[in-house]
Design a protein around this ligand. Structure first.
Ligand SMILES: NC(=O)c1ccc[n+]([C@@H]2O[C@H](COP(=O)([O-])OP(=O)(O)OC[C@H]3O[C@@H](n4cnc5c(N)ncnc54)[C@H](O)[C@@H]3O)[C@@H](O)[C@H]2O)c1
Length: 330
């Protein structure tokens, strides 16, 4: 059993993460702005702290006496606050929390980043070198949220340079997180249901149809914590499902929403996702256990090219910069 401190443990991802890690036999302590009544946190130690306050964060993290620290706390939705507030809050918390972890001698420190560091939905256009996107794809953040996540990754790299291998770090980029209750109809982060997201590809297009079940993030983190001493320090991992959150192949859908991707996306046939999870599989031996079809009880047959002209309502134009700005996902 490991004693694991999770910042943002009361949040959308945090609740599933602490529940999954506790169910796996670990001892959890959650640090968040306030003590939460959420069922997943009942019986766990909770510390209420504003992690933008350097002294308070340093004290609170030392008090956890944890063996591992997972930093999730953030303003998690782009444009949900003024740009300067998002940048200052997220960058300050990443530095405070992870530096406090180093100062407290916590040997394993992991931060949540985001796929948005890559820069898709940029109002002036965006094209990657190739699909699927992976850890080699060049980050091109275009808003304060994505920049703050890029900075969190760079904070990991910076602290690893400072500490050598005495502390083991990693950053992970969870795809659009779907909590267990959201398969049953609860609203997802963007305020609609999973079924609505599938019925209208315009809802999932801003995330390039990526997703991950929150329980799979928990198994990823658990696997990562075990592997950290053995793998290169300060690695970055995408954490996504094996398939795309779409009823039609991305080779067909992406060009409708990301102008210029006709040729680049041509390989994304069948259920192939835009984001590769191959590195996590190769380096850690981790694989997601959940798919949207499995969770919704839908057969695989509707994903293939044979159903390429399905009945989903698909807008016939790409999102405007304004709608991209509003809909851009964490
Ligand atoms: N949910 C997703 O789809 C998704 C995708 C990619 C990355 N992420 C990242 O994963 C992490 C968790 O996301 P989430 O969806 O659970 O977000 P969330 O907003 O549900 O949870 C964030 C938590 O951080 C806490 N927090 C914010 N400011 C704080 C402060 N000053 N002091 C202490 N706690 C503070 C909040 O109270 C909240 O409980 C974030 O870093 C986010 O950027 C999430």
């Amino acid at each position: 059993m490991t004693r694991i401190a999770v910042t943002g443990g009361a949040g959308r991802l945090g609740r599933s993460l602490v529940a999954g890690l506790a169910a796996a036999g670990h001892e959890l302590v959650s640090l968040d702005r306030a003590v939460s009544e959420a069922g997943e946190l009942q019986g766990l130690q909770q510390i209420a702290v504003d992690l933008t306050d350097t002294d308070a964060a340093t004290r609170a993290i030392a008090d956890t006496r944890a063996d591992a620290l997972i930093h999730l706390a953030a303003i998690a939705v782009p444009f949900s606050a003024p740009e300067d507030v998002i940048l200052r809050t997220n960058a300050t918390m990443a530095l405070n929390v992870m530096s406090a972890g180093v100062a407290a001698g916590i040997p394993k420190i992991v931060t949540a980043s985001s796929p948005t560091v890559l820069g898709y939905n940029c109002p002036t256009g965006w094209l990657p070198d190739r699909f699927p996107l992976d850890e080699e794809t060049t980050p091109k953040p275009w808003n304060a949220y994505a920049l703050s996540k890029h900075l969190a990754e760079q904070t990991v790299a910076m602290l690893a340079r400072q500490t050598g291998d005495a502390t083991r770090f990693a950053a992970f980029r969870p795809c659009y997180v779907i909590a267990p209750e959201e398969w049953q109809g609860a609203l997802t982060q963007q305020g609609h249901t999973v079924r609505e997201r599938l019925a209208d590809p315009a809802l999932s297009a801003p995330a390039l149809f990526n997703y991950v079940d929150a329980r799979d993030v928990a198994t990823f983190v658990e696997t990562l914590l075990v592997a950290l001493p053995e793998i290169p320090n300060a690695e970055v991992f995408f954490v996504g499902a094996d398939d795309a959150l779409a009823r039609r192949p991305l080779a067909e859908l992406l060009p409708q929403f990301v102008p210029g991707t006709d040729d680049l996306a041509a390989e994304l046939t069948g259920t192939a996702p835009a984001f590769s999870n191959a590195k996590a599989r190769r380096v850690l031996g981790w694989r997601p256990a959940h798919t949207w079809r499995g969770e919704l009880g839908e057969p695989l047959t509707d994903a293939g090219p044979a159903n390429a002209k399905g009945s989903d309502s698909t807008p016939d134009s790409a999102p405007t910069p304004d709608s991209a700005r509003k809909d851009v996902l964490a």
